[in-house]
Design a protein around this ligand. Structure first.
Ligand code: PRP
Length: 180
C-alpha cells in the first residue's frame, strides 16, 4: 500500500488542529441552538467522528448516503440518495459535514434538498476544499483546509474504495491511476 502513496499533503497533526479550531467555532456559533449534524457518506464519516467529539454543545447527528448518477451526468448535479436521514430537521439547524468540496455539485444539491424540509438554517462544514475545481457557487461556512487540485486519499477519501483509513491526507501516486 505504501508504494501507492506519493506523499503526505496534510498531516494528521495539522488536520487535528483544524478540527479542534472548527469544533470551537461551531460550539460558539450554535450555543443554545438545536443543531443536527448530517454526515455525508461515505467519505464524511471520519471527519464527522472527529468533529463531533470537539463540540462542547449537545447535538443530534445522522448520516446520509449519496451518489452522483455516474461520471457522464455528474455535471448535471443530480444526486441519488442511497440512504436518507431518519431525523426530522424541521425547526432545527442543519450542518452538513463533508470530507471534501470539489465541484460543489453534491453540496448544492444537498443544501437545496434540506431547505425543502423546513429547517432554521442549512450550513456546510468540510474538512478539505478544492476551490479551483468549483463548477457552481456554494457558500462553505466552515472550511478546514484548502488544498490544490491533486488526487488525494486518506482521512475518509478513497481511490476505488480503498485508502479511506489513512490518518493523513495523502496524494496518490500517478502510476496507480495511470495504470487504468
Ligand atoms: C465525494 C465527497 C463529496 C463529493 C464532492 O464523494 O465526499 O460528497 O465527492 O464532490 P463535488 O463537490 O464535485 O460534488 P464521492 O462521490 O467520492 O463518494 P464517497 O464519499 O462515497 O467516496
Amino acid at each position: 500500500m505504501q508504494n501507492d502513496i506519493e506523499g503526505i499533503l496534510v498531516s494528521r497533526d495539522t488536520i487535528r488542529e483544524k478540527v479542534i479550531e472548527l469544533g470551537k467555532r461551531i460550539s460558539k456559533d450554535y450555543e443554545g441552538k438545536d443543531l443536527v449534524l448530517v454526515g455525508v457518506l461515505k467519505g464524511g464519516f471520519v471527519f464527522l467522528a472527529d468533529l463531533m467529539r470537539e463540540l462542547s454543545i449537545p447535538v443530534d447527528m445522522d448520516l446520509i448516503s449519496v451518489s452522483s448518477y455516474g461520471a457522464s451526468t455528474k455535471s448535471s448535479g443530480v444526486v441519488r440518495i442511497i440512504k436518507d436521514i431518519d431525523i426530522n430537521v424541521a425547526n432545527k439547524h442543519v450542518l452538513l459535514v463533508e470530507d471534501i468540496v470539489d465541484t460543489g455539485l453534491t453540496l448544492k444539491y444537498l443544501k437545496e434538498l434540506f431547505y425543502t424540509r423546513g429547517p432554521l438554517s442549512v450550513k456546510v462544514c468540510t474538512a478539505f476544499d478544492k476551490p479551483s475545481r468549483r463548477k457552481v457557487e456554494i457558500e462553505v461556512e466552515y472550511c478546514g483546509i484548502e488544498i490544490p487540485d491533486k488526487f488525494v486519499i486518506g482521512y475518509g477519501l478513497d481511490y476505488a474504495g480503498k485508502y479511506r483509513n489513512l490518518p493523513d491526507l495523502c496524494t496518490l501516486s500517478p502510476k496507480v491511476y495511470m495504470k487504468e
